[in-house]
Design a protein around this ligand. Structure first.
Ligand code: NI
Length: 170
């Protein structure tokens, strides 16, 4: 009998946690343990009803993130490098599992080319546009300790931070 898959839900760190502001370290060996981490990240992503999740968001300071958009396949990016980003930009509404309840338009490059390894240790290059490019750039930022609110004007960011603080005080 096949063993039922255990669903693992990792705790998602939220705004204010210092780890979200630190740069993640490269993964030196892609082994079974990394495969398990990728699965746990995807499980946590599904339970949180998100489209992307990066290691630092669960306190894992390694260069790994997962993306799963609607009917697309789940994608795992390990030690990613952005090879190209377009000068063309696009404005699109964004949220983050680490900043729950906040949705705001963010300007980002429209298309990109990224190189990474998957959970099986296979290298790949991916061209992306639309929502996929958006989510990849958002998750890549997490590996650098950058949050989407950092990409807003100071005015807009302060307005959002004030709103979050107000909710937290209740
Ligand atoms: Ni995020």
């Amino acid at each position: 009998m096949e063993k039922a898959k255990k669903i693992e839900k990792l705790e998602i760190l939220t705004l204010g946690n210092e780890l979200l502001r630190q740069k993640a370290e490269p993964i030196t060996k892609i082994n079974a343990e990394i495969g398990k981490i990728a699965e746990a990240l995807l499980d946590t992503l599904y339970l949180g009803k998100g489209v992307g999740l990066a290691g630092p968001q669960v306190g894992l300071m390694k260069r790994i993130f997962v993306v799963h958009i609607d009917k697309d396949i789940p994608r795992v990016f390990i030690n990613p490098s952005l090879l190209e980003i377009s000068e063309d930009t696009v404005k699109y509404e964004e949220g983050c599992l680490s900043i729950p309840g906040v949705w705001v338009e963010v300007i980002r490059p429209k298309t990109l080319r990224i190189q990474a390894w998957n959970e099986k240790g296979r290298p790949f290059t991916q061209d992306a546009d639309g929502i996929l490019a958006r989510v990849i750039l958002h998750e890549y930022d997490h590996l650098e300790g950058t949050l989407f609110i950092d990409r807003l004007s100071a005015l807009k960011r302060n307005r959002i931070l004030a709103k979050i603080e107000k909710h937290q005080r209740v």
